[in-house]
Design a protein around this ligand. Structure first.
Ligand code: SF4
Length: 264
């Protein structure tokens, strides 16, 4: 930890996420000099300031380009990208599917409170349909996005969800994500007590993914990821990492074979 105390509102879910990250780092005995954390803008994006490490508090939505640049320049470092739902799923959303499909060895932790907290309560991409916020006084007009489904379908090789009120499991998922050698995406339900207090809603809707779920089964993982009535917690999907590499059998484009493939 640094000497700087978080200035999050008392009760904010992000305190538990910070503690879970600290536990995972301690369990893996990662030296602060071997760790870099990139964030964007938002309440949760303050997180790198509170940990002893290389920290990059970038501009809105740009945690992932910064994290990928760090990893390319210093592959020896453990690299985290952290932030909130507005940051990753709205202004930074263009970076997300490409980070998933590049599958670089980065752990991405999104603290999702389904609202913009720092700017005092506007609709975010995961705010429920119909919810009244300062930016949608007649209720949110759009359906919330489903980030876990996007992650699985775009090529992330480790996809999990934790809850700030279940810190033990969250620390375990973060540790496993950091051990995974590809891109690990950890979606965290982390309520904002000031502008959309979802603690009770989340508590009423979460459940554990059953032990007999095979995380390599992409179709089963997708079924959990697309659930709307309830919120599964745990490891949804894990596959062998498929990091970017120079193809061993690069060949020129074959128009006929391409057509046959799509017409078959
Ligand atoms: Fe946390 Fe919400 Fe306060 Fe921001 S405004 S620190 S998200 S409780």
């Amino acid at each position: 930890k640094t000497d700087i105390k978080p200035i999050w509102c008392p009760g904010c879910g992000d305190y538990a996420v910070l503690a879970a990250i600290q536990q995972a780092l301690a369990a893996l005995q990662i030296n602060p000099k071997d760790l870099a954390i990139a964030s964007g803008i938002g309440c949760s994006s303050r997180l790198p300031i509170f940990l002893q490490c290389y920290g990059l508090h970038t501009v809105h939505g740009r945690a992932l380009p910064a994290a990928q640049g760090i990893k390319l320049a210093r592959p020896d470092l453990t690299v985290l990208a952290v932030g909130g739902d507005g940051d990753f799923f709205s202004i930074g959303a263009g970076h997300l599917p490409h980070a998933f499909r590049r599958d670089m060895n980065i752990t991405c932790i999104v603290m999702d409170n389904e609202i913009y907290g720092l700017t005092k309560g506007q609709t975010s991409p995961t705010t429920p349909y119909g919810h009244i916020t300062k930016s949608t006084p007649m209720g949110n007009l759009a359906q919330p996005m489903r980030p876990l489904g996007l992650a699985i379908s775009s090529g992330a090789s480790f996809v999990a969800r934790g809850f700030s009120s279940n810190p033990k499991q969250l620390a375990e998922l973060i540790r496993k994500g950091m051990e995974h050698q590809g891109f690990s995406f950890i979606h965290v339900l982390s309520p904002c007590v000031s502008y959309f207090d979802t603690y009770q809603i989340f508590k009423d809707h979460v459940y554990q993914i059953p032990d007999d779920h095979n995380p390599q089964d992409m179709v089963a993982a997708m079924r959990y990821a697309l659930e709307t009535e309830r919120m599964p917690l745990g490891l949804f999907y894990q596959a062998e990492p498929r990091p970017m590499s120079v193809p061993s059998e690069a060949k020129p484009f074959d128009t006929q074979a391409h057509l046959e493939h799509y017409l078959a």
